[in-house]
Ligand binder design. Structure first.
Ligand code: SAM
Length: 264
């Protein structure tokens, strides 16, 4: 059953690649001129990556992977979307960088990639595409070198309790519900005007599920942090702050969390 869900999601992400590559949000023209697509959370957390090997999980069309490459990391990006991987590979060639890209389901990464890495990285809108985080945690531990670092920055599970297709959004989904959430809508977070039809299966994961998937895979958590500010303006009704991040009007709940862990 999950294979059918993943196929629906892959088709939707394939359609999103072309729209996102033309969007203001992804700002491909300036990216090509050298602008980094990375945000302060991940830049501060990982610091100097020069000379380090880095595996980027769910890399979309590769901007973040290639931004780490520009900073001197030796990167491999993976994604389920063949259109995303094709565009990432072509950007890598166009920009003269040395990243590699592999098309696979993130849960099957270890079937495709045997090398181990100094850093495994994933960010913003990733774990919600996975039904179960236990195999995800095990794969991350497998792909890290001894002493290697796993870092993720992600939308907070509270954010996914809302149905944003309602106006105003309604709290409808369980913080930690097991059942898949199916949504069908026009447009994407990077371009509401687009006419593409998104069909998506997603899953909610509470923070304890994320942490335990990593701990049970043998990783040691260095920190878990929560923030009521998002670097992306992708949810309805957010307000821009002086720092350039986005908040809800009442700041009642967190929008982002980050986890750093190491493989002992
Ligand atoms: C929101 S994007 C990642 C965000 C990324 N930080 C960015 O903006 O470039 C989510 C990515 O997850 C990928 N994805 C979804 N399900 C996947 C799966 N099961 N295995 C691998 N990649 C998956 C999608 O193709 C998409 O590229």
């Amino acid at each position: 059953m999950n294979a059918a869900y993943f196929e629906v999601n892959r088709n939707t992400w394939n359609k999103k690649v072309e729209v996102h590559a033309k969007s203001t949000m992804y700002d491909l023209a300036n990216f090509k001129k050298g602008k980094s697509s990375l945000m302060s959370y991940e830049l501060d957390a990982l610091g100097d990556v020069m000379g380090k090997s880095l595996l980027h999980l769910q890399c979309h069309f590769g901007q973040d992977t290639l931004s780490w490459s520009r900073m001197g990391a030796k990167c491999v990006g993976i994604d389920i979307s063949d259109a995303g991987i094709a565009m990432a590979t072509s950007l890598n060639t166009e920009l003269g960088l040395d990243a590699e890209f592999v098309c696979c389901n993130v849960l099957e990464t270890s079937n495709y990639i045997k090398e181990t890495f100094d850093i495994v990285f994933t960010s913003y809108g990733v774990i919600g595409w996975l039904p179960d985080l236990k195999p995800w945690g095990l794969m991350i531990a497998e792909r890290l070198k001894k002493g290697g670092v796993f870092y993720m920055t992600e939308f907070h599970p509270i954010v996914w309790m809302f149905d944003y297709l309602d106006t105003p959004p309604t709290m409808k989904y369980g913080y930690m519900q097991d059942e898949a959430i199916y949504e069908e809508y026009e447009g994407t977070y990077a371009n509401n005007e687009s006419k593409i039809l998104s069909k998506e299966y997603g899953w909610n994961h509470g923070l304890s599920e994320v942490v335990n998937a990593l701990v049970n895979a043998g990783l040691q958590i260095s920190y878990l942090k929560e923030y009521d500010e998002s670097p992306y303006d992708v949810l309805p009704g957010l307000v821009k702050t002086e720092s350039g991040k986005y908040i809800t009007r009442d700041r009642l709940y967190p929008l982002i969390f980050e986890i750093k862990a190491t493989k002992p």
